[in-house]
Each structure stands twice: as structure tokens, then as C-alpha cells.
Design a protein around this ligand. Structure first.
Ligand code: CUA
Length: 343
């Protein structure tokens, strides 16, 4: 039987093949490095989520195929019966209808529900055995991370490989949602409340995290990295992040840059530990030069982008809270040199 559109015109095969091809491309595009796909799990929690996904997927495939076969058989039979002008009423009480319409769906839904409960329970139980707790605070539109040793950073969460790290999440403004698809399920960040989740990566790697709750204009550009590294590397990193910023050499361009920082609007929003800058409205910049990106993965952390970030942040991230800063050419060069020295 040929497919027809709503006006009854016969559809050419291409009309059916093209959407199917697009759907297939969309599915297969979910792979490769740093692609935040739940179907590419890299930790025990995500493994469980992917297992549940595939279970539900294959149950759906079997149900779909069986229903389509039965539909085809019914249509074929109806075509034959129409010729005999049958006027029979539908027979609702037939055992076949009761079994296929009530018993089988109830059994399938109950099994899916029980398997989901089992996985949710396992995810919650494993979270009781964590080795470290990191606080993550959502902001419009970036992520603040606080470590137990006093390290404060933004948009990059380092964790030791193979260790279960507890993440306590909350928000400084609206509702956000902390989500690293390759490592864990989503967890909402609710004002005035702390929610917890745990993450663990099986191997070293960099995993993209996303905000999973629409939170305004730059929701899409509210991303972060989870960087899983060997324990020794992690220890070195977290120790450095906790240390105060290096003091620039007297008379250097960097020192001039620090003075610019402390005498302009930068000072009103950002902290650089070890200096007088202690504001907490914007990201902590103590070790800014160690980060790979600016504005929560919106642009790479390069000299050019640092300069743009100071002069015209709205061009990089329209709607962001950060205002532009007016500086002379000399001040700008000094300020950027200072920020590049914050390792
Ligand atoms: Cu934060 Cu969406």
C-alpha cells in the first residue's frame, strides 16, 4: 500500500526516506570526544543510566514491531471483510483484546517501573561512599566550584579518576541543573536548598557538563568541563588552586595590571585571593590563566578573548551580568598581562 499525504496524494519514496535519513544522522552524530551523550558513558553511574536507556529502547522496538505487524494483519483482514459487507460490532471482551490491550501493557509498564526503581536506588546508595565533597554553585550563567581545601574556581571541575566525588549543588540566583551526561544524571540547583549527587570517571578525560534547566538568555552557553585526572595530578592541581595568586614583580607590567584591576570595576565583582580583591559576584580569578575557556566554555582562554572580555563582554556573551570596562590602551595591555600571569 503506497503512502499518501493529507490531501490523498501519493507520496514519493523520497518523502519518506529523507526524514528517516535525517533522524538516523541525528542519532549517529551523538558520539566522539567530549560529546555529552548518555549513550557514551564513562563512569559507573552513567553506565547504569545507559543500561536502562537501552533496555527501554529495545522493549519499545519489540512493542512497535509487534503492533505494526498486528496492524498490517488487521488492515489486510478488513480489506477482505469489506467485500463481504460485514456489519459486526467490535468484540471488546475477546480474550485477545484483553490480553494485548490490558495484561501485556500492565506487565511491561510494571517491569519498566521496577527496573527504573532498582537503578535509582543503586545510584542513591552508591552516593553514600564518597571520598571528597565539592560545592558547585550555579550563577547566571557560569559555575562556581569550591573545594574542601579552600580552592575556588569556575567552569572547570577537576576530579581524581576512579574516585567517587560528592557534589553538593545550589544556586545564587534562578534554578539551574547540573548535568554531566557521560558521568551522571541531572540534579537541579534550587535557591535556598542543597542537592547532592556523586560523580566518578573510569578513566582520565574531559567531560562536558551542561545546564539542564532553562535559565535565561545564555542558558546554552552555561557549560563546564569535568576533568578527570590521575590522583597525583589532581592533588597538584587542587593545591595550586588553593594557593593565593602570585605577587607580580615590582615595576613590572603585571604589577601595573594589578593596580588597574584594583582601581576599576573589575574589583567590584571578582576575587583574586592574595590581593585586596574579594568580591564574589563574578568568578574567582585567582588562577584564571589555568582555565581553558572564558565565560563558561563560550570562548577559548586566549589573549584576544581576554581583551574582548574586558572591553566588550556583551559581544561574547550578550545578556551576561558583566559590564564593559573603559581603559586606555596601556591599562588594557597591563591588565591582560596580569590576568595571563594568574597561573
Ligand atoms: Cu543555567 Cu540553564
Amino acid at each position: 500500500m503506497a503512502a499518501e499525504d493529507l490531501a490523498g496524494r501519493r507520496l514519493r519514496p523520497v518523502t519518506r526516506v529523507v526524514p528517516a535519513g535525517i533522524a538516523l544522522l541525528a542519532i549517529t552524530a551523538c558520539g566522539g570526544p567530549e560529546t555529552p551523550s548518555i549513550l557514551d558513558p564513562r563512569g559507573p553511574a552513567a553506565q547504569r543510566v545507559a543500561g536502562l536507556w537501552w533496555f527501554l529502547f529495545w522493549v519499545s522496538v519489540v512493542v512497535f514491531v509487534v503492533v505494526m505487524v498486528l496492524l498490517g494483519m488487521a488492515l489486510a483482514r478488513r480489506n477482505r471483510e469489506e467485500e463481504e459487507a460485514s456489519t459486526d460490532e467490535p468484540r471488546w471482551a475477546e480474550p485477545g483484546i484483553v490480553v494485548a490491550g490490558v495484561v501485556i501493557p500492565v506487565v511491561l509498564l510494571a517491569v519498566a517501573f521496577l527496573v527504573s526503581l532498582r537503578d535509582m536506588n543503586a545510584l542513591a546508595r552508591l552516593g553514600e561512599e564518597t571520598t571528597m565533597t565539592v560545592e558547585v554553585i550555579g550563577h547566571d550563567w557560569w559555575w562556581e566550584a569550591r573545594y574542601p581545601n579552600g580552592a575556588v574556581t569556575a567552569n572547570e571541575l577537576h576530579v581524581p579518576v576512579g574516585e567517587r566525588v560528592r557534589v553538593d549543588v545550589t544556586t545564587a540566583d534562578v534554578i539551574h541543573s547540573f548535568w554531566v551526561p557521560q558521568l551522571q544524571v541531572k540534579i537541579d540547583m534550587i535557591p535556598g536548598r542543597v542537592n547532592s549527587v556523586w560523580i566518578e570517571a573510569d578513566a582520565p578525560g574531559r567531560f562536558r557538563g551542561l545546564c539542564g534547566e532553562f535559565c535565561g538568555l545564555q542558558h546554552t552557553n552555561m557549560q563546564f568541563f569535568v576533568i578527570a585526572e590521575p590522583a597525583a595530578d589532581f592533588e597538584a592541581w587542587v593545591e595550586n588552586e588553593a594557593a593565593p595568586a602570585a605577587t607580580p614583580a615590582p615595576g613590572s607590567t603585571e604589577e601595573e595590571g594589578l593596580d588597574v584591576f584594583l582601581s576599576t570595576t573589575c574589583f567590584g565583582c571578582h576575587a583574586i585571593r592574595g590581593t585586596e580583591a574579594e568580591a564574589v559576584l563574578g568568578p574567582d580569578l585567582t588562577h584564571l590563566a589555568d582555565r581553558e575557556t572564558l565565560f563558561a566554555l563560550t570562548v577559548p582562554n586566549t589573549r584576544e578573548n581576554l581583551t574582548r572580555a574586558v572591553v566588550d563582554p556583551q559581544a561574547i556573551k550578550p545578556g551576561a551580568v558583566m559590564p564593559p570596562t573603559e581603559l586606555t590602551e596601556r591599562e588594557l595591555v597591563a591588565l591582560v598581562a596580569y590576568m595571563e600571569s594568574l597561573e
